[in-house]
Structure formats: structure tokens, C-alpha cells
Design a binder for this molecule. Structure first.
Ligand code: SF4
Length: 159
């Protein structure tokens, strides 16, 4: 199912923001599915600044496709981590980027690439009939999942 957004006509910038927010909501839906074994009934992103909301009702097939996309992105990140080949992607966000003076896209020279970190192995295991399964990380993963920097909160409902 796609997103729904009451009362807001999406221009080009609005469409881009909505696409980014939808990616975020799919990620949270997938994390909930894989950690709790249930696809959330609905996720709602609430923008605190303008009280706008974006609702998303996921389905398992769509989340499975999204998971394959995430795995492909992760594999590309791992390849780049091993080779140090990180391509610059200039955009309007460059104006706020702390790395701009060193960025090749703006005539800069990045510092030497350090030793690549240990490759992170991710193993997904599931029992027959169990759609969720579990992920294990080697070396262990540390950190947390936040709600991003969009001045927004995510509400997920299950069951
Ligand atoms: S300045 Fe370079 S590193 Fe920073 S956002 Fe732009 S392209 Fe990316």
C-alpha cells in the first residue's frame, strides 16, 4: 500500500521530502517486522513544525522487496568501505556540508583513506513458518535507531 497524506498538495520539493520520509517509514516497518514478527498495521510520521502527517500501511510483499533493496545498498556500502571508492553526490545539501572544502566535487582533496574496518557479517536465520527470523551481527552492532533530523516523530501501530 502507498502512503496517504491528508490535506497537502505535494510540489517537487514536497514529493522529494515525502519519498525520503516513505523510505524511513518502510525501514521502521521492516525493523518491527523482523524484530517482533508482525507487520505493523500502520505507521504515521508527524511533522512537529507544521503538524503535517504522512501515513503508511505496509504489506509483507512490499517490505520483502524493500529488504532486498536495503541488502543491495548495504553490499554497495561494504564494497566502497573496502576500496575507499566513495563517489561524491553533489546537491543543494552541499551548502551545509562540513566536508565541502575537502570534497573532490568542489575542487578539494580528501585526506588519505584509512585502513578499512572489519567487514560486518550479517546473518539472517528463520524457522520454517516463521516470517520474521532474526539477524545476527559479527562483530556485534552497537548504536541506536533514532527518528532522523526532520523534526518529526514516528508512531507505529501493530495488531
Ligand atoms: S560537499 Fe561533497 S561530500 Fe558534502 S554533500 Fe556535497 S558532494 Fe557530498
Amino acid at each position: 500500500m502507498g502512503p496517504s497524506r491528508p490535506g497537502r498538495a505535494a510540489g517537487r520539493e514536497g514529493g522529494r521530502r515525502e519519498a525520503q520520509a516513505l523510505f524511513q517509514l518502510k525501514f521502521y516497518a521492516l525493523v518491527l517486522w523482523r524484530t517482533r514478527g508482525a507487520v505493523p498495521r500502520q505507521l504515521r510520521l508527524m511533522y512537529l513544525a507544521d503538524r503535517d502527517t504522512l501515513s503508511y500501511t505496509p504489506d509483507p510483499d512490499e517490505l520483502a522487496r524493500f529488504e532486498r533493496t536495503l541488502v543491495a545498498i548495504w553490499q554497495a556500502i561494504q564494497r566502497a568501505t573496502e576500496t575507499g571508492d566513495f563517489r561524491a553526490s553533489p546537491s543543494r545539501l552541499c551548502d551545509w556540508c562540513d566536508h565541502k572544502p575537502r570534497c573532490p566535487a568542489h575542487g578539494g582533496t580528501p585526506p588519505p583513506y584509512p585502513e578499512p574496518p572489519a567487514r560486518q557479517q550479517i546473518t539472517h536465520s528463520s524457522q520454517p513458518g516463521d516470517p520474521s527470523g532474526t539477524y545476527s551481527f559479527d562483530p556485534p552492532l552497537s548504536g541506536h535507531i533514532g527518528t532522523g533530523g526532520q523534526g518529526a516523530v514516528v508512531h507505529c501501530s501493530t495488531g
